[in-house]
Design a protein around this ligand. Structure first.
Ligand code: PSU
Ligand code: MN
Length: 338
């Protein structure tokens, strides 16, 4: 039985007893099931710059107020936090909805989990889901959002040749044309194999120069400006990123784009300093047999503990910087689309 006050009225008129009014995949079907906030709907309809944000960062992250929505607004954009609130896939979560998702239990939701929570939601099961990069890309694309800001991308885990633990973020980038601004991926992953995997799946990967010479720039190492690993290409600024997004769209190439933005210099932690800590966290996770979607959160928690929060300051700085950059890309793109 459906809980009172939690119906799908606000998202349209879907009734489970009359499914034949909608063909599967129809726009009406989508409108009836995906909730897009009024502000975001209006922004998309009027070509305002919209920036998608993930909710796993809140529900499963270290910090629950990152100030990201303010950064988007200050730079002339409209933020759209994506996630599943009380069984309803939502683009443009409101602050009180995010708070409830953080304080009540939320699942970690990638592409595979979206329909499970949503389908149960239609029957009145009001569970929350914090969407990962993969899950957020799916919702953003459905709503018509082109740009998404986050901290670090999931990747190929060390030892994936045995465990096959490869983040769904990578296959999502291979199939869903949304541009993600991130600071690479964390060094507990196998960054080299992550880059190989992205190449296989046809993902655009380009690193911001940020004042450096193109031949000196490597793919960012999350906490550190450089990973030392070759980046497939570089871009000078947000306008170039926007132009590449537009080209990809006009060419109708369906795969996604990763714009790698290094952590602001003053927060950069040398790779050597992180290495021992990462070794320990990864070894502990392996000993515990953390598998499936529990592996990443466990390792992240241990790294936070082992660096006494130093890594958290870098993490906060980079996600804020990525959000500003993503908003500038969205602003550029909106001008190009006028
Ligand atoms: N990497 C981080 N911080 C994070 C995540 C990854 O540095 O919070 C989250 C993101 O939501 C990412 C997800 O999409 O974890 C990847 O999880 P998995 O490795 O289980 O695919
Ligand atoms: Mn995984």
């Amino acid at each position: 039985s459906r809980a009172p006050g939690r119906t799908l009225r606000h998202v349209g008129a879907l009734s489970l007893s009359s499914p034949r009014h909608y063909s599967v995949d129809s726009h009406a079907g989508l409108r009836s099931i995906l909730k897009v906030s009024e502000e975001v709907q209006d922004a998309i309809a009027t070509n305002k710059p919209v920036v998608a944000l993930e909710s796993t960062i809140y529900t499963h992250g270290a910090i629950d107020d990152l100030g990201l929505e303010d950064i988007v607004r200050r730079n002339g954009g409209v933020p759209a936090v994506c996630g599943i609130f009380a069984g309803v896939p939502t683009v443009g979560l409101l602050p009180h909805e995010i708070s409830r998702m953080v304080s009540e239990k939320a699942h970690k939701v990638s592409r595979r989990d979206i329909a499970t929570l949503t389908g149960k939601g239609l029957l009145g099961v009001n569970e929350h889901g914090g969407t990962t990069i993969s899950g957020t890309m799916v919702l953003a694309k459905l709503a018509g959002i082109r740009v998404f800001a986050t901290g670090g991308l999931g990747g190929v885990h060390r030892g994936a040749e045995d465990s096959m633990d490869i983040s769904a973020d990578l296959t999502e980038l291979g199939r869903t044309r949304v541009a993600v601004v991130a600071s690479g991926c964390k060094g507990f992953l196998d960054i080299q194999r992550t880059l190989e995997y992205l190449e296989t799946h046809g993902v655009v990967v380009s690193t911001f120069l940020r004042g450096r010479q193109p031949d000196k720039v490597t793919f960012p190492g999350f906490w550190s400006v450089e990973s030392g690993l070759k980046t497939p290409s570089t871009i000078r600024n947000e306008e170039e990123a926007a132009s590449i997004i537009l080209a990809q769209e006009k060419l109708q190439i369906e795969s996604g784009l990763l714009f790698a933005n290094p952590v602001p210099e003053t927060y950069s932690i040398p790779n050597a300093e992180m290495d021992a800590i990462i070794e320990q966290a990864v070894a502990e996770s392996a000993r515990r047999n953390a598998s499936g979607n529990e592996n990443t959160p466990f390792i992240l928690k241990r790294i936070r503990e082992l660096t006494y929060g130093k890594s958290v300051a870098a993490n906060l700085a980079l996600v804020q910087s990525n959000t500003e950059s993503a908003t500038k890309i969205a602003v550029s793109l909106a001008k190009m689309l006028e």
